[in-house]
Every structure is written in C-alpha cells, then in structure tokens.
Design a protein around this ligand. Structure first.
Ligand SMILES: [Zn+2]
Length: 134
C-alpha cells in the first residue's frame, strides 16, 4: 500500500514478504526467478485464467486419518502441496511462499485449494458454471 498524491490509499500489487520458514524457499529459488514468476503471473491478466494457473500449482493429497475402528473410512483429510513454475521448472514451496511470490492473498490460494477438493479438474470446471471462488 502507498499513498497517492491526493492522499488516497492505493493498493500495490507486489511480491509478498519473504516466508520465514526454515526451508528459505525465497533464497532457494532466487530473486530473479521469483520476479519472473510474479511478472508472468500478472501478465495472465484474466482472473479466471490466473486461478486455473494457480490450481495447477496446488496438489491436493487425501490422507486417511487414523481413527478408532468405529469410524473406519469416514475421516479423511486433504492436505496440499504447493509449487511454483518458472523456466519450465517446478519448485516445491510452502503455502506462504506460494502466495507471496505470486503477489496474491493467502485467502485466494486457500479458496482455490478448497475448490480442488470438489472440482479436481479446474479446466473442466471453468467450462461449466461452477466458480473457483476467490
Ligand atoms: Zn516458507
């Protein structure tokens, strides 16, 4: 956020803060590639296309939770893995790094992730009327 000349607040689309996790994804990927990811993502322009792009970088994994025998098969949890793509290569990242590098909110990533549970194929989904809500 910064102030314009008239004093109104203008939201700036920028790369988010570096994640502070021990894996230091920002440093592993490097500033040049991070900037490229950010710029290419913003060049997509169309929000729905951006969401489809992002959906391709979120990998849902259904994990069966261990529970008492009385509840067998009922409790399943979906966890997600995240990656970023640049120069034809993919890099695994944490969720925080993923939204920060694309300059988007974590809510947008979370909503796309959630939608993947119900609509595992976002491209098919976008041809129908269901919404990848952000
Ligand atoms: Zn991190």
């Amino acid at each position: 956020m910064h102030m314009s000349a008239k004093g109104t607040v203008v939201p700036a689309r920028t790369i988010g803060a570096k994640c502070k996790c021990q894996l230091k994804y920002f440093e592993l990927i490097g500033d040049d590639k991070i900037r490229k990811i950010f710029e290419e993502f913003n060049r997509i322009g169309d929000k729905q296309k951006q969401d489809i792009y992002l959906a391709g970088l979120i990998i849902p994994r259904t994990v069966a939770r261990r529970r008492s025998r009385a509840e067998t098969g009922k409790e399943k949890e979906t966890s997600f893995k995240y990656k970023v793509r640049v120069n034809g290569q993919e890099y695994p990242v944490c969720k925080n790094a993923m939204w920060a590098i694309h300059g988007i909110t974590k809510f947008r990533v979370e909503n796309i992730a959630k939608s993947l549970i119900f609509y595992p194929n976002p491209i098919l989904c976008s041809n129908r009327t269901c919404e990848v809500d952000t």
